[in-house]
Design a protein around this ligand. Sequence first.
Ligand code: AMP
Length: 417
Amino acid sequence: MSKALFNALPGTRDLQAPETDRIRALVAIFAEMANGAGFGQVVPPVFEEVGVFARLGEASDVVSKELYDFTDKGGRHIALRPEHTASVCRIFAQRRPLTPWKTWYYGSNFRYDKPQKGRYRQFDQVGVEVIGSNDPDIDTEVVALGWRFFERVGLRSVTLELNSLGDPEDRARYVATLAQYFADHRGDLSEQSQTTLQTNPLRLLDSKRPQDQAIIDGAPSPDLGDAAAAALARVTDGLDALAVPYRLAPRLVRGLDYYTRTTFEYVSSAIDGAQTAVGGGGRYDGLVEALGGPSEPGVGFALGVDRTLLAADGEEVFGPPDMQPTVWVVSTTDDLTGVRLADALRQNGISADRSYDGRSMKAQMKAANRSGARYAAIVGPDEAESATVVLRSLQTDDDQITMSQEELARFVLAQND
Ligand code: AMP
């Protein structure tokens, strides 16, 4: 039998350093900002009973076409999560934490979508959810948190689009108006949109097909009741007060069906490709109840980690953090001095690396220089004999210093002060 060569599946990526270092740095910033705003981390399971996600709306692509679902060995119908919000609502419904329950998350989602730049079948998001309060000031805080995050990352290409679909009865009224409007123009719509019109007229606003654009541009805007209109005004006043710029976008509908009132999206103009939304979210006042929980409102957002980094690439900001070792240990002796010195440095919190396989002094020094380390700690037979080590700066012309091996870590630490 010939040996099989396996490749990563379409829509998946093998992430490696330094990209993984960037991702970790990005998530660390998010974690710090979310924790600093009173959110605690939640880690839902990667898979759930399929019903948890079915509540997201049968008419949305995420549920109808893109779920990774399967039957497990116990006969349960299971799905890999396509997003976090439904799982967070399931956790709330099951465990009933005190409200308002403010959580943040980081993790992978799975959608069987058509892979392209910025759209993968496994992708990471960070996000927040607040369950248990109707206060529009929470919407403001949530929207502003996402905005401040992009600011912190150094992105200047992001714009914030804001809309409200109103309360369920406003939304129902709007859907009926839209259905009538699109039905009146049915003949001019693309074939695919004619089908969408049957299942979910709201989603038609999302069509990017050129044939539909003129009709979409002429579509009626959401028709908000007094309560939803007042809530939206409070959110825009709040964003104004925080000097967070936004654009009202009456055509903004998001891929999932559960949104009520506030919906928003962060879009970057720095991504070269079709997938320019770096994040989005909104209110989902009926979702917890749909999952068998109490009638508690919720609001949140999810930000695409991969796309945020694509935007950062486009703007040439947020490069990989500095991961070069501080010390490269060069040892040409047969004993364990090299292993010991690297361990002592690491125990003292100093990053250290070394060459293996008994390479020559010259080859090891070459590796040391290539590594970008600040120092080489060199041990040859003479140093091994006298328990000393030569510390040589690889970045300055300073004279090298000989010291006892015991002193090495303390000396390097003192240099960093
Ligand atoms: P959604 O959960 O669809 O509201 O998406 C929120 C954000 O997650 C989007 O704005 C994207 O930045 C990111 N995202 C969604 N789907 C994908 C995907 N298939 N691949 C990469 N990022 C995605």
